[in-house]
Design a protein around this ligand. Structure first.
Ligand SMILES: Cc1cc2nc3c(=O)[nH]c(=O)nc-3n(C[C@H](O)[C@H](O)[C@H](O)COP(=O)(O)OP(=O)(O)OC[C@H]3O[C@@H](n4cnc5c(N)ncnc54)[C@H](O)[C@@H]3O)c2cc1C
Ligand code: SF4
Length: 446
């Protein structure tokens, strides 16, 4: 598994970056807006607890490498997080500036400024504080496993990351929208982690290597397997040509250069993944992109900032409509038949369930359909090792990430059901620290 194994076409023209980088003058001016709060709420709000005022102070004094080091000490994926974190609901959302009716300090862009400088100067993380001689395997090569692997390696332990895809990085490489994070940026972080001495192997755990084999080879196993494929709609026509689920669609445009979209595209779903797919379809040339969601605007799970941005991209939204059939001609999708819905009583989760209204069906013509429902679970292989699952997610002790089998730890989307990159990083780091604390004394060199 090698960063140069696949050509990664970058669609710079169609996917210019959402947030432009700060230049030196703007970065210093922005850094000097920070009040350098003691007990800073932004540090508490960041799941990886980056010491935000500390790194911003270093930027203000021109110590960019020091700023990057402060970031990386807490969050080894500081580069990708600076681009993908929904900062308005995390660090920037708590900035005290808003108490004075001022714009929050642009923490994400300042973090990016420091990290870009660091990578431009040839990123190398400090050598391992050599200590341990234990061996750990991480299943999955996404943010959770990368953070776990880096933290273990920094402490001297041997780590092997197993991922079943040609390139590591999980959704950072294959899923997050290209105008936020380019595959090459994800791969730059992986190269840095590889440079720390983490080994990467391409293998499907459970199929090409068994958990029993891994248990013999490794002292501990961290499961960062994420979530699986997009759930099927379960309606006629789903296998027609021109129907491609949102994750496959995003992965394809990000890594293969296969960019053909229809003139009219229908996206089905109301989450951030639906929005990312819809925006990408617009930028890839679709004249009309329609997002259909079976509940109302208020119930839509996508972040407000993502929704607002999508409207600027020219995506059209339709509420209270659920698909009942994908209509085909000559083997290809030509329309989606929808039924209007009304929202019933709240269910056990507190969400109001949509009920189809009889006789309300209508057809929306299209050349491409992108289902973007939730993701399936890929944890079943762990059950045979006595690991407790609930609703397909791995049950862990929150503070350590330890599963019901003490040899196994877990974190990221396969535990939390799908949150943000920074949450996966925090989980991986926390689990690594707990693994280190559980290593047998003979696995420690002092
Ligand atoms: C379309 C989309 C857009 C997103 N955009 C954002 C965003 O803008 N900002 C943000 O913060 N978050 C975003 N997220 C969420 C974020 O990507 C995830 O929370 C994060 O990637 C979770 O990391 P993870 O390591 O738990 O899992 P993943 O990133 O999913 O990585 C898991 C890896 O494990 C591999 N794997 C699974 N099973 C096996 C096995 N048996 N053997 C070997 N390998 C295996 C998978 O192939 C995958 O590479 C987005 C998610 C999606 C779907
Ligand atoms: S990692 Fe994300 S949440 Fe944490 S300080 Fe950086 S941008 Fe904010």
């Amino acid at each position: 598994m090698n960063a140069t194994a696949l050509p990664i076409p970058e669609n710079l023209e169609r996917f210019p970056e959402l947030h432009r980088a700060l230049d030196a003058q703007a970065a210093i001016a922005e850094a000097n807006r920070c009040l350098f709060c003691f007990d800073a709420p932004c540090t508490a709000a960041c799941p990886t607890h980056i010491e935000v005022p500390r790194f911003i102070k270093k930027i203000a004094t021109g110590n960019l490498r020091g700023a990057a080091k402060t970031i990386l000490d807490a969050n080894v994926l500081g580069l990708s997080c600076s681009r993908v974190c929904p900062v308005d609901v995390l660090c920037e959302g708590t900035c005290v500036m808003s108490r004075y009716n001022k714009k929050p300090v642009e923490i994400g862009r300042l973090q990016r400024y420091a990290m870009d400088h660091y990578y431009a100067g040839g990123a190398r993380i400090s050598e391992a504080r050599a200590r341990g001689s234990g061996r750990v395997a991480c299943i999955g090569g996404g943010p959770a496993s990368l953070a776990c692997a880096a933290e273990l390696r920094r402490n001297g332990y041997a780590v092997t990351v197993f991922d079943n895809r040609p390139l590591p990085g999980g959704l950072n490489t294959y899923g997050v929208a290209e105008y936020k994070l380019r595959p090459s940026d994800s791969l730059r972080e992986i190269e840095m982690i590889r440079g720390m001495g983490v080994e990467f192997r391409q293998a499907a755990v459970g199929a090409e290597i068994s958990l029993e084999e891994m248990e013999r080879e490794f002292d501990f196993i961290f499961a960062g397997v994420g979530l699986g494929a997009i759930e099927r709609l379960g309606i006629p026509g789903e296998d027609l040509g021109g129907v491609i689920d949102a994750l496959r669609f995003i992965a394809r445009y990000k890594t293969s250069g296969d960019l053909a979209v229809g003139r009219r595209v229908i996206v089905i779903g109301g989450g951030n993944t639906a929005i990312d797919a819809a925006n990408a379809a617009r930028r890839l040339g679709a004249e009309e992109v329609h997002v259909f969601y079976r509940r109302g605007e208020l119930e839509m799970p996508a972040f407000d900032s993502e929704y607002d941005h999508s409207k600027v991209e020219g995506v059209r939204f339709h509420w209270l409509a659920q698909p009942v059939e994908i209509v085909g001609r000559d083997g290809r999708a030509v329309a989606v038949k929808f039924a209007m819905t009304r929202l019933g009583e709240p269910d056990a989760t507190g969400r109001r369930w949509p009920e189809a209204i009889a006789g309300s069906e209508f057809e929306q013509p299209c050349e491409m359909v992108i289902p973007a429902l939730g993701q399936s679970r890929v944890t079943e292989i762990l059950r045979s090792r006595g690991i407790e699952l609930k609703g397909g997610l791995i049950v862990v002790e929150r503070a350590s990430g330890r599963t019901s089998n003490p040899k196994y730890y877990a974190g990221g989307d396969c535990v939390n059901g799908g949150r943000e990159v920074v949450d996966a990083v925090a989980d991986g780091k926390r689990a690594a620290r707990a693994i280190i604390a559980s290593m047998k004394p003979e696995a420690m060199r002092g």
